[in-house]
Design a protein around this ligand. Structure first.
Ligand code: AMP
Length: 582
């Protein structure tokens, strides 16, 4: 049984598996090694994923979802046409497509996967990713950090190496940096840092702003301010896609042109855009953003207790590392060339497949690997302290320091602070500030995490042991025990805001299955409906009404996902058409 390795990217995704002990990429039904992470649901209920959906984005922007990874772990709803989805549901549709593509490629059912996420993804973002997998019908064997996955692929390719490497991962929506020690078969992440909101799409946005500025200068009107709302959305979609193309061209060319014929109609006149930007101009625009990545690099190197000259190899992954300025900045920092023998689009999926094979024990003896990852965040709770004789709450008390090897468990004992205090509300924060409220509150739950039934006693007499556990998937578990009674409260942080409940996941799984069945029926019936509409156009009025009715009946059966009824009504429609044509 194959465990699929999935690199679930912001803009592109990829899949791999292990064959005869070696990882190999899986191509989708269009023969592509990567699939754009784009989902579309058209008005017929047909679901479209990947390049086809991306190509139709500028004509169907309201039916299309891009960059869903940025919204994972939030409670934002995404509207596609008439339907509202959670980020997990959109991601699940996408995973379902990948699962199907892998099954077609391998000729076997796939039920398990290793899915990668940015090292800097939070607990809620990881949980949302795992849930998306479950909705798509995949048991998520492991949530693996993307740079770690790339280091695994690199490690397998370079056995017997003893070196320190950095994995600099600039993808479509996120940036990660990991410092990794390769020691023969041991792959040990020393430190990770990053930014979940910095990637190629942010560079595209800067280019869209640049185009808007050129336009405003030329026409004295903001580019996205005139026309119907739907026209503006379409216009924006076209400029955005073109910005990505221009950005990519500038990786190999010294200048590139925004060529957007008939982009808009202004004061009755059609407007086409034709603006050329040089690589130097592009670099001026994006440099501040790219320089931000170096701050994270410094942090990771510092945390790993290494000097820049102790780094032996630089591994660049993520499509945006093809930008020459990115390479220059990183190479200048380490005063050495980056390795070019790793495919930036494929390393993560290959590493995920190897991780899956490790569970299955399907790697050969000599290529067996051991991987140690780290917790990228500092985690703790909030406590009350006496400062200058006054009680002050909200102090951040650390339980797990960032870059501790995984899995990590930390325990601390806290006292009650009031006489007869019977409850303690446990805060869970992530960050490095001593003021807990400045850090990220991970426990934004509808039901707070409360230890209750503490026996009434004098202040400070009752003690509660709090345990934080950060597992290999990057998921946090909290446990609290009242020492005098042994009462224990345990919680995986699963009641977080925006995270779907078990019941919602079950429902979403059924809905998703139904949506895909409907989509299959709709696309199977597309040809016959098109033919019927053609015949209707030239038919006598009475026959036209009959055809229209038969089409509607068929469409209703598709909506109901009733396969038998669809077949019957398809036959009825075909019979009618035959009669009319004869
Ligand atoms: P990934 O998620 O790793 O596939 O990275 C995708 C990001 O890399 C997107 O923002 C792409 O636009 C960007 N990208 C892909 N190829 C290039 C290229 N040749 N030059 C610049 N950016 C690229």
């Amino acid at each position: 049984m194959t465990i699929l390795g999935i690199d679930l990217g912001t803009t592109n995704s990829a899949m791999a598996y292990v064959k005869n002990g070696q990882p190999e990429m899986i191509v989708n039904s269009r023969g592509e090694r990567t699939t754009p992470s784009v989902f579309q649901k058209n008005i017929n209920g047909e679901l479209v994923v990947g390049s086809v959906a991306k190509n139709q984005y500028s004509s169907l922007p309201e039916q299309t979802v891009l960059e869903i990874k940025r919204k994972m772990g939030t409670d934002e709803k995404i509207t596609v046409g008439e339907t509202s989805f959670t980020p997990e549901q959109i991601s699940a549709h996408f995973l379902k497509y990948l699962k199907q593509a892998a099954e077609d490629f391998l000729g076997e059912k796939i039920t398990e996967a290793v899915i990668t996420v940015p090292a800097y993804f939070s607990d809620a973002q990881r949980k949302a990713t795992k849930i998306a997998g479950e909705i798509a019908g995949l048991k998520v064997e492991r949530i693996l950090n993307e740079p770690t996955a790339a280091a695994i692929a690199y490690g397998l390719d370079h056995p017997d190496s003893e070196k320190n490497i950095i994995v600099y991962d600039l993808g479509g929506g996120t940036f990660d940096i990991s410092v990794v020690r390769l020691d023969k078969n041991l792959i040990e992440v020393k430190a990770s840092a990053g930014d979940n909101h910095l990637g190629g799409m942010d560079l595209d946005r800067l280019l869209v702003d640049w185009v808007a500025e050129q336009f405003a200068e030329q026409y004295d009107v903001p580019l996205f301010s005139f026309g119907e709302a739907s026209e503006i959305t379409q216009r924006h979609a076209r400029v955005k896609l073109e910005a990505e193309n221009v950005k990519k061209s500038l990786s190999s060319e010294l200048s590139a042109t925004f060529n957007l014929p008939f982009l808009a109609v202004y004061e009755g006149k059609p407007i086409s855009l034709d603006y050329t930007i040089t690589r130097a101009e592009f670099e001026d625009i994006v440099r501040p953003l790219l320089e931000e990545t170096l701050v994270h690099v410094d942090k990771a190197i510092h945390d790993a207790k290494l000097a820049p000259d102790a780094i032996d190899d630089i591994i660049l992954i993520g499509g945006a590392t093809r930008i020459p300025l990115v390479q220059q900045l990183v190479e200048a920092k380490f005063e050495r060339m980056a390795k070019k023998d790793i495919n930036p689009d494929e390393a993560v999926a290959l590493g995920a497949a190897i991780q899956g094979a490790m569970k299955e024990d399907s790697l050969s003896e000599e290529s067996s690997l051991m991987v140690i990852d780290v917790c990228p965040y500092t985690l703790g709770t909030d406590v009350l302290r006496i400062v200058d004789g006054k009680r002050q709450s909200g102090y951040f008390d650390i339980l797990i320091r960032r870059n501790e090897p995984l899995p990590v468990t930390a325990k601390k004992i806290y006292n009650t602070v009031n006489d007869n205090q019977t409850t303690i509300d446990i805060g869970v924060y992530q960050g490095d500030d001593e003021d807990a409220r400045v850090n990220d509150d991970l426990r934004i739950t509808e039901t707070p995490l409360i230890v209750d039934e503490i026996p009434e006693n004098a202040a400070g007499k009752e003690k509660v042991e709090i345990m934080f556990r950060y597992d290999v998937n990057g998921l946090i578990q909290i446990e609290a025990t009242v020492l005098s009674t042994g009462r224990t409260i345990s919680q995986v942080l699963d009641a977080q805001r925006g995270i779907m409940s078990a019941r919602q996941v079950k429902e979403a799984k059924l809905e998703l299955f139904d949506d895909w069945e409907k989509s299959k029926l709709a696309s199977e019936m597309k040809g016959v409906i098109r033919r019927a509409k053609k015949v209707r156009r030239n038919a006598e009025p009475q026959q036209a009404v009959q055809i229209e009715e038969a089409i509607q009946q068929l469409e209703y059966a598709i909506q109901e996902t009733d396969v038998e009824l669809v077949k019957t009504r398809e036959e009825a429609l075909l019979d009618l058409l035959m009669e009319i044509i004869e």
